[in-house]
Every structure is written in structure tokens, then in C-alpha cells.
Design a protein around this ligand. Structure first.
Ligand code: C2E
Ligand code: CA
Ligand code: CA
Ligand code: CA
Length: 278
């Protein structure tokens, strides 16, 4: 039994090594990826359900390795949070989003917003306000066109600090969304206190509303809750027409998902804006 125990340990040690070396590889490569410009942003339209218009987009980062392999943000964002590079990445995303907003402005796509995802680590530990104001100024972007998506964990870590920053952002005209609402350890108490403008209902709640009365009841309740708090609601991960139909019926404001569009390049968004929905 003793030797079997050892073997088991050995097995886990090897597994562990493989896992960590994969993560280590990613972690070590992130810095050079930034320097070599291997990141890019894709944009996923946000649709106003009452008008069917694209009112903005969410920026989603991609990492294309020289080998052609595309690494998912789900894989490298946690690694970047561990080694602190998330702040450089977040600053790059902010800069790139503002650059793209300037481009769209020049193509006469005005009143059109870009939401960026900011990691809890970045939000709590860096001077996010100065990064944002500098990027807005550099590309002559109106602050109203930039939005920030923050997960519940980002908002709840140090609530006094969070309230301060959110209030500053709001003063600047920048709106904030609670991302993945309902997926984390949400507390209704923080919603009461935080100056946020939008709730994004997590995909896991949206997926089965056409099949499950319980899920539909939950989504309906979240929509009403947001509206009572004067907030807008976005449904994430909308994939079918029936889902859209139900969300409209429940008076959800906005929706995002493969049903409308996958995340696409800035250029494709321009084409959509000139030809399709607007
Ligand atoms: P998220 O912020 O919840 O973004 C939504 C994710 O759902 C995106 O995955 C998007 O491509 C995907 N999605 C959208 N519509 C659908 C749909 O109809 N069906 C399905 N199955 N998926 C859909 P993505 O781009 O892989 O990003 C994953 C996560 O990585 C994001 O989740 C976000 O937490 C993080 N992330 C992405 N870009 C950034 C970034 O620039 N900075 C930071 N800090 N995090 C980012
Ligand atoms: Ca998001
Ligand atoms: Ca989300
Ligand atoms: Ca999500």
C-alpha cells in the first residue's frame, strides 16, 4: 500500500508539472506577446431589443501566437493576473479601444460605444482613472462612448475604494456594467450601494430560458430588479430566436450573442454599421 501511495503521488506530481509548465509557458510568453503586438481586439455587437439596432460593442481580446495558434483569454487572463501583466494588458486594451473609437468616429459612426473588460486585479490595484483619461484624450474620444465591464469579484473586494472609483468614472461620463451578474457570490447589498449603470446577466441563466420555467423566472426577476434600480439589462450569450423573443417579452433592454453576431474585427463592425442594421 505504501509503494502504491508513492506511485499515486508521483502520478499527481507529473500531472502537476505538466499543468504548471503549460501555465508557465503562457506566463513567460505574455510579456513578449505584448512587445511583439500579438494581441488584437475583436468586437461583439450589443443590440437594443426594441429597435434591433447595434448600439455598441464589447471588446474581447485575442492572442495570436506566431505559430498561428489562437490562445483564449480564458486561458491567459488568469496567468496575466498572476504575474501582474494584466495591468499592461488592460492598459493596452483601453488604448486600442479608444483608437478604434476614433476610427469609427472618422467613419461617421458616432453615438456608438465600446465596452472593455477590466480585471478585478487591475481595477483594485492600479490607477485606472489616469490610464482611461489619457487614452480618451490621446484619441479625442468622448468619455460617454467608453464603458467598463467589471465582474462581481472586482466590485466587492474593497467596496469603499470601488465606490470612489465608480463615482469618479461616472463624473467623467463613463458608465460601468456588472459583468456575469448572478454567476458569482453576488450580494444585493452591493447593488444598493454601487453607482453602476448596467447589469449583464450571465449566459448560464440565459441558456435555458426557453426550456426551464425556473430559469425564465430568475431572468425575469433580474430584469425587474435592474429596472427598479434604474439600471439597464444586457442578456449575454443569446443564441436562438426563441430566446430573443422571450427576452423582448420580459422587456430586457439589450442582448449580445452568436444569434446576432460572433465577435468580429473592427472592420467588419464598420461594414455592419454601414450596410446592415443601422
Ligand atoms: P465575458 O466578458 O463574459 O465575455 C463573453 C464571452 O462569451 C466571450 O468569450 C464571448 O466570445 C462569448 N460569447 C458571446 N456570445 C456568445 C454566445 O452566444 N455563445 C457562446 N457560447 N459564447 C458567447 P471570450 O471572448 O472567449 O472571452 C472570455 C472571457 O475572457 C470574457 O468573458 C472575459 O471575462 C475575459 N476577457 C475577454 N477579453 C478580455 C479583456 O480584454 N480583458 C480582460 N480583463 N478580460 C477579458
Ligand atoms: Ca464582459
Ligand atoms: Ca460577461
Ligand atoms: Ca460570462
Amino acid at each position: 500500500a505504501k509503494s502504491r501511495g508513492r506511485n499515486n503521488c508521483q502520478f499527481f506530481a507529473d500531472e502537476f508539472e505538466i499543468l504548471t509548465s503549460h501555465r508557465l509557458r503562457i506566463r513567460n510568453n505574455l510579456k513578449s506577446a505584448l512587445e511583439k503586438n500579438e494581441f488584437n481586439l475583436l468586437y461583439q455587437p450589443k443590440i437594443a431589443l426594441h429597435s434591433n439596432m447595434i448600439i455598441g460593442v464589447e471588446a474581447l481580446i485575442r492572442w495570436r501566437r506566431p505559430s498561428g495558434e489562437v490562445v483564449s483569454p480564458a486561458e491567459f487572463i488568469p496567468a496575466a493576473e498572476e504575474n501582474g501583466l494584466i495591468i499592461d494588458i488592460g492598459n493596452w486594451v483601453t488604448e486600442e479601444a479608444c483608437k478604434q473609437l476614433q476610427r469609427w468616429g472618422r467613419e461617421n459612426h458616432h453615438n456608438f460605444s465600446v465596452a472593455i473588460n477590466i480585471s478585478p486585479f487591475h481595477f483594485q490595484h492600479a490607477d485606472i482613472l489616469s490610464t482611461i483619461t489619457q487614452a480618451l484624450r490621446r484619441y479625442s474620444v468622448r468619455p460617454e462612448l467608453l464603458e467598463i465591464e467589471l465582474t462581481e469579484s472586482a466590485l466587492m473586494e474593497d467596496i469603499e475604494h470601488t465606490i470612489e472609483i465608480l463615482a469618479e468614472l461616472r463624473k467623467l461620463g463613463i458608465s460601468c456594467s456588472v459583468d456575469d451578474f448572478g454567476a458569482g457570490y453576488s450580494s444585493l447589498n452591493y447593488l444598493k450601494r454601487l453607482p453602476v449603470d448596467t447589469l449583464k446577466i450571465d449566459k448560464m441563466f440565459i441558456d435555458d430560458i426557453t426550456k426551464s420555467q425556473r430559469d425564465l423566472a430568475l431572468v425575469d426577476t433580474m430584469i425587474n430588479l435592474a429596472h427598479h434600480l434604474d439600471m439597464l439589462v444586457v442578456a449575454e450569450g443569446v443564441e436562438t430566436e426563441e430566446t430573443v423573443h422571450l427576452l423582448k417579452e420580459k422587456r430586457c433592454d439589450l442582448a449580445q450573442g452568436y444569434y446576432f453576431s460572433r465577435p468580429v474585427s473592427g472592420k467588419v463592425i464598420s461594414e455592419m454599421l454601414t450596410t446592415r442594421l443601422q
